[in-house]
Design a protein around this ligand. Structure first.
Ligand code: 13P
Length: 252
């Protein structure tokens, strides 16, 4: 069974309410059929309610983070059940910016993945190495360890409900994209780890995205690679036209 492409925009901390709504009105009717490509926008939490209310047939809304606890005294945090109760279907987990600035660790990533799956929210699990690690030549080992820790205690049935995004830190927001070959090679390594953990079936079905300076010019060459099943896109997902170009590229 072929893996359905997934193009997820990660808006990070950009846009205000009016910009967010204008985006949804502009793209909603234009996004391709959901049977062909999964189009997702991961928005700041405060926009989620307004966006989910307006999402059309083919667009889905995701969050950028959540807490791992079911509920509790965690001021300022949002639970998976809260997201679910507003109709949010995806959540980015373990983005390198959260790992770098908000104390996200492999352990909290794992707990969040377990909670998201339990609430039937698809976690988009981010992994990726620093420039230092890439230059040392230890990327595969580093990313493998991140994947193993993220999937701790997850059954193969639940692993199938997840998505991985390989985002090399040195390619995020820098304009320096991994070459399609580099990205594909690391993603093949990730698929091998999934195969070791869960076997051939899960490894061949689980979707692995690439992220890091994806734009309208490089998206097609990245998506043409054997193991790249979509993209997690920051800057180029903010503009409706650009976002639509990205999702349409996944149809080719
Ligand atoms: P850019 O596409 O802006 O490089 O960001 C990538 C990213 O971090 C998506 O999560």
């Amino acid at each position: 069974m072929a893996r359905k492409p997934l193009i997820a925009g990660n808006w990070k901390m950009y846009k205000t309410k009016d910009d967010a709504l204008a985006f949804i009105y502009a793209v909603n009717v234009e996004v391709p059929d959901r049977d062909l490509v999964e189009s997702v926008i991961c928005a700041p939490a405060i926009f989620l309610r307004d966006l989910v209310k307006r999402e059309g047939e083919n667009l889905r809304i995701g969050a950028q983070n959540m807490h791992y606890a079911e509920e509790g005294a965690f001021t300022g945090e949002i639970s998976a059940a809260m997201l679910k109760s507003y109709g949010v279907d995806y959540v980015v987990i373990g983005h390198s910016e959260r790992r770098a600035y908000f104390n996200e660790t492999d352990e909290t990533v794992n707990l969040k993945v377990l909670t998201a799956v339990k609430e039937s929210i698809t976690p988009i699990i981010c992994v990726g190495e620093s420039l230092e690690t890439r230059e040392e030549g230890t990327t595969d080992r580093f990313v493998k360890a991140q994947v193993i820790k993220a999937y701790r205690n997850l059954s193969s049935e639940d692993a199938l409900k997840t998505v991985i995004a390989y985002e090399p830190i040195w390619a995020i927001g820098t304009g320096r994209t991994a070459t399609p070959e580099q990205a594909n090679e690391t993603i093949q390594g990730i698929r091998l780890v999934i195969q070791e953990l869960y076997g051939d079936d899960v490894a061949s079905q689980l979707r692995i995205l690439y992220g890091g300076s994806v734009n309208t010019k490089n998206v097609e060459s990245l998506l043409s690679m054997s193991d790249i099943d979509g993209a997690l896109v920051g800057g180029a997902s903010l503009d409706p036209k650009s976002y639509l170009t990205l999702v349409r590229a996944a149809l080719k």
